[in-house]
Design a protein around this ligand. Sequence first.
Ligand code: OSB
Ligand code: MG
Length: 373
Amino acid sequence: MITIVELALREIALRLREPFHISSGFTEVRRVVLVRLLDEDGVEGWGECVAGETPHYSSETVETAWLAIREWIAPRVVHSPTPGPEHLHDRLNGAIRGHRMARAAVEMAMWDLAARRQGVALSAALGGVRHHVPTGISLGLEADADALARKAVAARDAGYRRIKLKIAPDRDVPFVSAVREALGDSMPLSVDANAAYSPADTKRLRSLDAHRLTMLEQPFDGDDLVRHAALQRTLRTPICLDESITSAARFDDMVTLGAGRIVNVKPGRVGGLTEARRIHDRARRLRIPLWCGGMLETGVGRAHNVALASLPHFELPGDLSPSARYWIRDIVTPPWTMSDGTIGVPTERTGIGVDVDLDYVDDLTARAHTIRG
Ligand code: OSB
Ligand code: MG
């Protein structure tokens, strides 16, 4: 059994190297909630909450996650012995509706802690097999199609294996066509709408079929599974769902309805690594492609994503860029780096495989709160 004796919460602020625009919001300074668990033997575990500053991607925010962890999650974790992270996931899932990003931050810290206790890497604890995970890049909205095309070419030349463009109704077809022309036919290219369209835009979305996209990510609202299914029936390009897939059950619904043919898995969005792995296992059985998404994580959240992406069915490149794409200085050492379009999985170290730079985190901390039960 694992007995947690302390849950330490902190919020840090970290400026992005350049602002990131998507149809559902704009980020310049990332406010990140970090969770550190400590057990009775002095073993620690780290997790990162992916909730945004504003409720545009999902209803959760930094403020709601802070509240949920402090008031409802921590009291169910501290001094309540658990056999491990899967059990903890089910306990939290049974007790708390929603607040998945808040729950995930704690559950993922428990995965790190449990792996360290066992003396294994997080990827091994999850059943990972890959030593390098293929890397794609997500390019934010730009005001100008040529500027976007230049960024896409630079990303291809840097070795990224798939390029994803954010789109919105006023920045789609001409932007996609300029990028496709600049990249040539063979480079895997996809687009992500972050729910900016409605069924009235079906004709416009169908015109994207001409650009040989590997997928169209989340055109409609997260709740609109039935409407996604109707769109998919008229579209050649596979739909990939992101915001819609909040659980393994919702993944099953996607399959039943034909609402999408590819899944973007983000552990934070589904309540943690336990649920993310359940989606992986089902997708593998059904031969539905999936890949690991990103939420502009620091090096802590990235570590969890890299470990998840080492599972066998994560064959498509993820949104797993190296630290330097986001931050002047990451909060972990060593920072995450890319070589030959892949990120190395730290299999030689226990847990998440990177060290949190505590002095730097202290400098960045806006508030802290510790629960000892
Ligand atoms: O939809 O995948 C998304 C960032 C914030 C919120 C939602 C999304 C994204 C990204 C960035 O696409 C991916 C990354 O972390 O590089
Ligand atoms: Mg997305």
